[in-house]
Design a protein around this ligand. Structure first.
Ligand code: 13P
Ligand code: SF4
Length: 309
């Protein structure tokens, strides 16, 4: 057997082990759209941040295996205190989350009195606990426009903040956080790609810089992108988000061509989770998310306020 076949057999064997473990333990596997192909392949449910938080809230399973990054698994744990939530690789974090603390938010509230705080789900449980409402990239505009205030504070993503500012009359006060992989895509990349692939449609994520958003033909959350490319008549798509998203795009649209906007569009944290991590953490009940109860109760209110919309 050559190396390629060997590798394929290995992956299949590990996937089988995971499926058996999930069944035996009444566990569900949720995977973000950026996860490795072999994980997306066996997920019970795959989605963007909003879809995953809704799904985590509705499952009957005893255990949620969350293949994504820590803030996503924390959100599932915040909403499901009676379930066990596992983050298979405990080191899978999000640099944007670490760009703001709960203390920073308390200070912002003092500086901009009366302005509600909208916390992107890419925040720690502690930050969510001192915020008024959460949002994801799929509902940020709706969340901000639902608030009865003329001025809102958005944390921690300045790019999501300036994206929302385009669709609201409210004044958006943004914290200067950002997503490193999305920041790496520039309008020059898009210009070069469009020259190389005439007629190609550029799809961007709201975490992109304003200049890159200006160059976009379509802007949406990751799951919104699947819908857009499925329904579009175009053949070539330049994808301005983490390249893991292209696995399902190619599978669902075999006649269309997907090109990464640049080589830097890889989130190292989203790639930290391997099949072995799932087997180890679920098999041995490791990397269970724990959140102090007082923080959990307050953070839950912010997520619930978002889900109520
Ligand atoms: P969505 O899947 O909600 O669009 O989020 C992208 C992201 O960067 C998550 O960390
Ligand atoms: Fe964080 Fe960006 Fe990675 Fe999403 S893609 S987890 S925002 S670093």
């Amino acid at each position: 057997m050559n190396n390629h076949n060997n590798n394929f057999e290995n992956i299949k064997a590990k996937q089988k082990t995971i499926k058996e473990l999930l069944k035996k333990k009444n566990a569900v596997l949720l995977a973000h759209n950026y996860q490795r192909d072999e994980i997306q392949e066996i997920a019970d449910f795959q989605g963007d941040s909003l879809e995953l938080s809704i799904k985590a809230n509705k499952t009957d399973a005893d255990i949620i295996v969350f293949c994504g990054v820590r803030f996503m698994a924390e959100s599932a744990a915040i909403m499901n205190p009676d379930k066990t939530v596992i983050l298979p690789n405990g080191n899978a974090g999000c640099p944007m989350v670490d760009m703001i603390t709960a203390k920073d938010i308390v200070n912002l509230k003092a500086d901009y009195q009366g302005a509600p705080v909208v916390a992107y789900v890419n925040t720690s449980a502690e930050c969510k606990a001192v915020s008024d409402i959460c949002c994801t990239s799929a509902n940020a505009v709706k969340v901000v426009n639902s608030l009865p205030a003329k001025r809102v504070i958005m944390v921690p993503d300045k790019n999501l903040g300036s994206y929302v500012q385009r669709f609201t009359d409210k004044e958006v006060i943004s914290w200067p956080g950002y997503c490193p992989p999305h920041k790496r895509t520039t309008p020059e990349d898009i210009k070069a790609m469009k020259e190389k692939y005439p007629g190609a449609v550029f799809v961007a994520h709201p975490e992109s810089t304003p200049e890159t958003i200006d160059a976009a033909d379509h802007v949406s959350s990751t799951s919104g992108m699947y819908k857009f490319v499925r329904e579009s008549d175009a053949k070539y798509f330049i994808i301005g988000t983490e390249r893991g998203i292209m696995y399902k795009m190619k599978k669902e649209n075999p006649d269309k061509v997907f090109i990464a906007a640049n080589r830097g569009l890889v989130c190292p944290n989203m790639k930290k989770t391997h099949l072995d991590d799932i087997i180890d953490s679920l098999g041995n009940m490791k990397n269970i998310i724990k959140i102090p109860e007082d923080v959990r109760i307050k953070a839950r209110k912010s997520i619930e306020n978002m889900l109520a919309l």
